[in-house]
Ligand binder design. Structure first.
Ligand SMILES: [Zn+2]
Length: 389
């Protein structure tokens, strides 16, 4: 038995190497140019390395409309989030179909060539309504969508340089690298845990419950663009290293960063996150309550229920659903709403706001809530942030 196959059967590779890369670098000087925003840079990196297989570039209109309206690509494969490149009316005037367009990072580096196949207008409000289930610009994903240009550019990309390669370098692993690593370790089944938050006892419990039934655990935090009030990625990463060092079996745990940008599209993003993890070689994916949600835009279990939209076999990766978990004094252990019969007064649970408050005052939350080693990293990290501000 080997690892799960990528979505669509083949791991995409859009990175140019050797002579192809050299000639593209030379040709780029004469190409029209576009500067990518943070989210587009993240998407480009994911496309380049196959994390978004079978996508080989930014979506054309056929894929875009079907994804928006029916949660599928034009070829019928499940897909829930538009992966698009927008441009303004003004910039569009410089481009024509068939062009190679130089895509640059915000700091001016040449990242890739877009082989421009389509230019099309799109309905932002309809995308907001279907993908985010709200047209309110208070929603961070909708706000970003409304800020985009009026046109979308579709076409394959060929990448000459990945964005921000140096950040978190030791933990940056492409789908190919992780697949090799899993195979070397003899893991056939791997469960991925998606997170943009530090790991507290509740998450640790869920991960370990899942690990009881598979060969390996991939702790796969997102380090692309997140909301400004999320804990900064370098601090979170240190906290993951520390909790793994003290509380996880090294031989069954792998930490890697996912350079994706959060869209906060709730249920649709849960499917997107699952497909991405399949491409990284994971057979299972943990979906908790309110996965990738924000505010009160989605129902608590919507991100789990959406998996029922697809026919069996459409998604090869197996979701593992978890309810809210906590330490219960009466059970004398970690438990969930599913497994603990006691009322809330027995549960040790703290709101995110309260935890943040305690940490910023240098206070270590109860050991039933968070590991002291993790709390210390977060306290130091927040102190450092305040000092820098
Ligand atoms: Zn209990």
């Amino acid at each position: 038995m080997s690892l799960i196959e990528p979505h669509g059967g083949k791991l995409v590779d859009r990175e140019a190497r050797g002579a192809e890369r050299e000639s593209l670098l030379r040709a780029a000087a004469a190409m029209p140019e576009l500067t990518l925003n943070a989210r587009e840079e993240s998407d480009l990196e994911l496309i380049a390395q196959g994390a978004l297989s079978p996508l080989e570039g930014f979506m054309g209109e056929g894929d875009y409309l079907l994804v928006r309206d029916q949660k599928r690509l034009a070829n019928g494969l499940a897909w829930t989030i538009p992966v698009t490149l927008s441009t303004t009316e003004h910039e569009r005037a410089k481009l024509k179909i068939g062009d190679d367009v130089a895509l640059r990072s915000r700091d001016g580096r040449l990242l890739a060539a877009l082989h421009l196949a389509e230019i099309f207008k799109y309905d932002k409000q309809l995308e907001a309504e279907r993908v985010y289930q709200t047209i309110e610009d208070k929603h961070p994903g909708v706000k970003a969508l409304y800020a985009q240009g009026e046109y979308l550019l579709g076409g394959q990309v060929t990448v000459v340089d990945l964005p921000r390669r140096h950040e978190f370098a030791p933990h940056r692993r492409s789908p190919r690298e992780l697949r090799t690593l899993f195979a070397e370790r003899g893991w056939r089944s791997v469960v991925a845990f998606q997170t943009r938050n530090p790991v507290h006892r509740a998450h640790e419990y869920i991960q370990k419950c899942a690990l009881e039934t598979v060969d390996g655990l991939l702790l796969h935090p997102i380090v692309g663009e997140t909301k400004s009030d999320d804990i900064p990625a370098p601090v979170r990463l240190r906290a993951y290293e520390v909790i793994i060092e003290h509380y996880y079996p090294q031989s069954r745990t792998q930490l890697a960063v996912l350079p994706a940008a959060m869209r906060y599209a709730g249920p649709r993003e849960a499917i997107f996150h699952a497909i991405i993890r399949q491409n990284y070689g994971c057979s299972h994916f943990i979906v908790g309550r309110d996965h990738a949600g924000v505010g009160n835009y989605y129902g608590t279990y919507d991100a789990q229920l959406i998996f029922g939209y697809f026919d069996p076999g459409e998604l090869k990766i197996t979701p593992m659903f978890f309810d809210n978990t906590f330490y219960c004094r009466r059970c004398d252990g970690m438990a969930s709403l599913k497994t603990c019969p006691h009322d809330q007064s027995q549960h040790v649970s703290l709101s995110g706001t309260r935890v943040r408050e305690m940490l910023s005052q240098g206070e270590i939350p109860p050991v039933e809530f968070t590991r002291p080693e993790v709390a210390q990293v977060l306290i130091d990290g927040l102190r450092h942030m305040t000092a820098a501000a």
